[in-house]
Design a protein around this ligand. Structure first.
Ligand code: NAD
Length: 440
């Protein structure tokens, strides 16, 4: 099939490369000329495991190319996939300006019927609004399909190639068959395509993210309570997650969820639900609790140093919102760093993939530096804050760590390390809901 994917970010690039891998002829369109130029040279503008190989393979076979020319993409394709960003607008609602701009371009350049698929996360009702907008501007028929994306950054290629489920929202029988053909190679072992109407598909995406965010936040609050009553959140987590009805995933206490999806999608669904007169009170509470959680690690640091942070040096390991990505959008680490800097501290950071994006996101403050070697980042530090659970941080040389730091104090924001062993090694350990070595 001939496809056009508009937006070549985390979702568009993975989807474009994924569909090209199964033999489709794909054109990726983006307004970012530098991104398109880099992709055309074979350089990936983002870090996502396994993606480079996938892109190169299809590009070499002439099944995947990139352009800034929307007209070229629209005329090339039978199916057009919209994968542009939908960030939070001023009031927290999704900013759909990129989606509308793309819709207007599609309407302008269509020279026959097209299937237009929204992969971007868009509020309930957007498919219908898109259909109205495009049909008002062209006499050609555009069939709108809602096909929200569920991939996880860090494992996006795997998620796309072996999806847990594919959600397709359309009332059109032909579009349904086209979507089935497109996804057939990815669901061969078991039919995992859920067909529904567009509104239900749009809601499913938000409901999935809201549920996962709720699970994370529930455990964060349980961990906070564990701290207050002297329980160990890790023991609670393991026992809690062994119940099939609950399950072990998304139960790791931490410093709050972040990233390019959960925070903005929660804000969007909270707004939509209120507007529809059916508020999601649980999700509202989750969002508020997470805002508090993002400050907790900083509060622990401030408490430990009795508020005297001015002139101190802190090392931060992990800047991205999760491991195996370079994405720092809404990353809790950046929230902690911003507060430390505002309190007059210096921050020396390391991250395997996110340092460039973090420097840009923080606006290159003078008191913030990044270091290619994690041990260089901890040199002379008053404390180390572990903010992202990259594999390489799991078992560092603690002896070396202790002697490199000015004072051996760690704030383990991901409960990655064993409190008892760290205390034995001479560290002062602060985790999330952990009580360290047994107390009398
Ligand atoms: P991204 O910011 O990485 O990529 C968006 C791309 O769209 C950028 O390259 C940008 O230049 C391009 N773009 C913006 N306006 C354009 C226009 N008018 N024409 C052509 N290109 C344009 O975003 P992303 O993370 O890939 O997310 C895209 C959508 O998918 C969002 O709605 C997001 O909520 C959703 N989503 C993201 C993830 C994820 O893990 N990142 C997962 C599921 C769903």
């Amino acid at each position: 099939m001939r496809l056009c994917v508009i937006g070549t970010g985390y979702v568009g690039l993975v989807a474009g490369a994924g569909f090209a891998e199964t033999g489709n002829d794909v054109v990726g369109v983006d307004v970012d000329a530098a991104k398109v130029a880099a992709l055309t040279r074979g350089e990936l503008p983002i870090y996502e495991p396994g993606l480079e190989e996938l892109v190169h393979r299809s590009a070499r076979a002439d099944r995947l190319r990139f352009t800034t020319d929307l007209a070229d993409g629209v005329r090339h394709a039978q199916v057009i996939l919209i994968a542009v960003g939908t960030p939070s607008g001023a009031d927290g609602e999704a900013d759909l300006s990129a989606v509308w701009a793309v819709a207007d371009g599609i309407a302008q350049y269509m020279d026959g019927p097209r299937i237009v698929v929204t992969k971007s996360t868009v509020p309930v009702g957007t498919a219908a609004a898109l259909a109205r907008r495009i049909s008002a501007a062209t006499s050609h028929r555009a069939t709108i399909v809602s096909n929200p994306e569920f991939l996880k950054e860090g494992d996006a290629v795997n998620d796309f190639m072996k999806p847990a489920r594919v959600v397709v929202g359309t009332n059109d029988a032909k579009a349904r068959e086209v979507m089935r053909t497109l996804y057939a190679p990815f669901v061969r072992t078991r039919d995992r395509i859920h067909f529904m109407d567009p509104v239900s598909a749009e809601l499913t995406k938000y409901a999935a993210n809201a549920f996962l965010a709720t699970k994370v936040t529930f455990m964060n609050e349980v961990a906070n309570l564990a701290e207050a009553v002297g329980a160990d959140a890790n023991d609670v987590r393991l026992a809690l997650g062994s119940d099939d009805r609950i399950g072990p995933r998304f139960l790791f206490p931490g410093i709050g969820f972040g990233g390019s999806c959960f925070p903005k999608d929660l804000r969007a669904i909270i707004g939509s639900a209120r507007e529809a007169g059916s508020p999601l009170s649980v999700v509202e509470a989750v969002y508020a609790a997470n805002e508090r959680q993002k400050v907790r690690l900083y509060d622990k640091v401030a408490l430990h140093f009795r508020g005297a942070l001015d002139g101190r040096t802190f090392a931060v390991w992990g800047l991205t919102f999760k491991p195996r990505t370079d994405d720092v959008r809404d990353a809790p680490a950046l929230e902690v760093i911003t507060r430390l800097l505002a309190a007059g501290a210096r921050v020396r950071a390391h991250d395997p993939q996110g340092m460039r994006n973090a420097v840009a996101a923080l606006g290159e403050p003078a008191a913030f530096s990044v270091h290619a070697d994690p041990f260089e980042a901890v040199a002379g530090a008053d404390a180390l804050l572990l903010c992202t659970e990259w594999n390489q941080y799991r078992t560092p040389d603690f002896e070396r760590l202790r002697t490199t730091m000015r004072t051996p104090v760690v704030f383990d924001g991901r409960n990655l390390w064993d409190p008892t062993s760290l205390v034995e090694l001479g560290f002062t350990y602060h985790g999330i809901g952990r009580h360290g070595p047994p107390r009398g």
